[in-house]
Design a protein around this ligand. Sequence first.
Ligand SMILES: [Zn+2]
Length: 382
Amino acid sequence: MRFEISKVLDAIEGRVCTDPALARAVVDLAEVIRWQDLDGGRPASLLRLGMVLDALARQMEEDSVPVYAIVHRALLSDADLTSNERMVVRRWADDGLVEVLDQPGDRVLEVADLLGLPVLTRVRFDGLTGRLPWLGQAGRLLAPVPGAGGPVFIAHVGGGQAPSTGPRSAAGQQLLTRQWRCPEPGCALFGAGGGGGAFADLARVERSPAGQPPPTLRGGAPACPRHGVRLSDGGPRPRTEVLAVRIGGLVRRRFVVTEDQPVVVGRAPEQAGGIVLGQWLNDEARRWISRGHVRFELRVGEVVVTDTSTNGSGIRPGGSLAEADRVALAPRQSRVLGEGDFVELYPGVQIGRAEELPSAAKFTPASVMAEAPTMAMRLPRV
Ligand SMILES: [Zn+2]
């Protein structure tokens, strides 16, 4: 059983990040783990984050929707969590996947404000709408509560259950044009090259400066939320483009291409940071799609796709699914991805810009809790 729980925690790990381009909602982890009514289980459980992640994926009709988690430092030694759970959170902290803070204060609201993200919380933040008007918009403050098939969201204001995003605040836009350096050695958020803690050797992918979290503002100056010190300007932040993988009509995941980091997508790419599609493919698609099938690069703001496969790919210009419009992309051929274009590795296996490639099929989610033992999954009757 312990082994199965570890697998669930690993699955959850794939859905926490501090990357401004990928995070879709903000949570306070100390709050989420204590929502005992979600499963009627022990006082604190990290699996509740998995339940909330699943609810968010259902609402957004996508697999793998990551959240930006703020973690109170006290949680790392919270006796209500298992030692395994505490170790996992420490690993996330060391890898910069979550923000660990001594005094989280209103950092949840600050991140949501800077990035334009919804907040999943049961706190109402009454009286703050004057300072943060977006708190009054529908879908920006949602409370996960017990529902028939897992948590559902209810709105604090404005009605509706659907999380909504807004524009990044002016400060957020400005902060995210630069990369930042924390003077603290081994800073997992603003260091040179990712985590430096006890688990640094386990960090799989070096953090691109393009994926740095938004700094906190102290007296108008950018500071490290973890260490509380002023950050120095490390130059312009590399440009990014968010791409989405749609398989069988459902967006399975998003990923970021930056000017300094090309990304290979395929059945099982060997390159670090490669996007693995294998788990979503049927046997025929697995046979057709190469381990590393296509490579995406960002060159002066344009997305360039290069076929690196044995069998080749196709381009769907402007998103057209008419066979007559399909343009073949032969092995080793490159092409600039025009507006609305997407790449098709195999019928129904498509990659394009995230905002141009919504889910089109009935949602059949791959739960992050799929490996959870039945005991952890017992839901309260509502
Ligand atoms: Zn720092």
